[in-house]
Ligand binder design. Structure first.
Ligand code: SF4
Length: 430
């Protein structure tokens, strides 16, 4: 076997360095790393601080085979051997950026693999809605420049996207002279901190409207909004504990807006057939657009899901939950899910380069991921790789899919990138 060359050449960045944060779908590009010891990053939110602290705790640059330290060449050979012996591998997790996913798709073609992202259980609700009925959505830039009403359904927004209000809602710089948006929260999950709703208080002190309800009741709540929107008579006084007057008031606010934005997080719709709730929201948006302007904004779940699904779609025609055979991709939102395939696959390749999520699978497992990973079940092969936007450059789609942001390398490190490792595995599978 030819010797593999994976170690990167030295490339020490000069501080301070302005960079883009990959820790959530906002991809804020105004972070400034001023010091690494102690770690100091200007404009970092709590989520990004946690992400970078974890990155700087990196404790292993050593691949492992069955828990024993190995070198990169031997680990890559072992990974290739597992995939060569497999008839039906599953590539899951897929926490990566554009370049990593390009390499994964090439390897999937060669090995007839099924692809699924770790957060697709939530994002598939959005995908099914686009496939069934389409939708009218907007971009973060439009939110910043035009939104005068924001209705957040089943989400406080900031627990997943912490700087949303700071960057896009209470910002001082908007292209147009528009009023500060009116904020309405509807059925925010109870487990989220009530403090998070304070992000919806305007700089002038105007409190948001908070309509409390069980998030699991959103199917009937959104159906009631659609019924009212279509002038149907509702004989009950309330729906899921919300008075009809309160629901009508939401509608009246949306109808009076110049540019309302309805935001939801499918991750929080933890019940069967959540896609029907998303579809119901998009029906409401379509109906409202007959007389005014309203747009949707689905929040992404994280770990590069937007980048991975867009890259998969442009390379194969399908988002994840796809399978390759004879160079052709097929798609099945149910059968190609990790839940279904973890019991059927004869090998698992798990990828998680932003965080330390680990897989549980009885089949021989290869893990390529974050160097801090610790395992409850020791995988057959573990290959640590660099963290995108920390250890190497890369590209990521913002959550609205309208902008691709460049990631910078922030530190000198000898870890290879995911795409380098995957390309080397593929090269061994002739
Ligand atoms: S809001 Fe998101 S992208 Fe922005 S700094 Fe926080 S975690 Fe990073």
């Amino acid at each position: 076997m030819a010797e593999l060359h994976l170690m990167k050449s030295s490339n020490k960045p000069t501080l301070p360095i302005t960079h883009c944060c990959p820790a959530c779908g906002l991809l804020c590009d105004d972070l400034v790393l001023t010091s690494t010891s102690p770690l100091n990053i200007k404009n970092a939110c709590t989520k990004s601080i946690s992400f970078y602290n974890s990155a700087w705790l990196t404790n292993s640059n050593t691949p492992r085979i069955a828990g024993k330290a190995s070198d990169f060449n031997t680990a890559i050979q072992a990974a290739a051997d597992i995939l060569r012996a497999s008839n039906q591998p599953l590539f899951a997790g897929l926490g990566t950026e554009v370049q990593g996913m390009r390499a994964i798709v090439a390897l999937a073609k060669k090995t007839h693999a099924t692809l699924d992202h770790m957060h697709s259980e939530s994002t598939v609700a959005n995908t099914l809605t686009i496939q069934h009925s389409g939708w009218q959505t907007t971009t973060l830039t439009e939110v910043k420049n035009r939104a005068d009403v924001i209705l957040a359904i089943g989400t406080d927004i900031v627990s997943s996207h912490p700087r949303f209000f700071e960057k896009l809602v209470w910002n001082e710089h908007s292209l147009f002279d528009k009023p500060r948006p009116e904020i309405i929260y509807l059925a925010v999950p109870k487990h989220l901190s009530a403090d998070n709703l304070k992000a919806g208080i305007s700089p002038a002190g105007k409190a948001p409207t908070v309509i409390a309800a069980d998030t699991a009741k959103l199917p009937e709540i959104i159906s009631a909004l659609n019924a009212l929107m279509n002038n149907k008579k509702i004989t009950e006084n309330q729906v899921a504990g919300i008075t009809i007057e309160a629901l009508q008031s939401i509608l009246d606010t949306l109808k009076a807006a110049q540019y309302a934005v309805i935001i939801w997080s499918a991750s929080n719709f933890q019940y069967a057939h959540a896609e029907l709730t998303v579809q119901s929201i998009t029906h409401l948006i379509a109906k409202l657009n007959e007389n005014t302007r309203v747009a949707g904004l689905p929040l992404n779940a994280g770990d590069g899901d937007t980048s991975v699904n867009n890259t998969s779609t442009w390379l194969s025609g399908y988002p994840t939950r796809s399978r390759f055979f004879a160079d052709q991709a097929s798609y099945d939102a149910h059968h190609f899910s990790s839940n279904q395939q973890l019991n059927k696959c004869d090998a698992l390749l798990w990828v998680s380069s932003f965080n330390t999520q680990q897989p549980t699978c009885d089949a021989p497992t290869i893990v390529i991921g974050h160097p801090n990973m610790q395992f409850d079940i020791v995988p057959a092969v573990f290959i640590p790789v660099g963290i995108p936007g920390v250890d190497h450059t890369g590209s990521m789609f913002r959550m609205d899919s309208s902008v691709v942001m460049p990631l910078k390398q922030l530190r000198e490190n000898q870890l290879p990138s995911l795409s380098e490792v995957v390309l080397q595995i593929e090269a061994l599978l002739t």
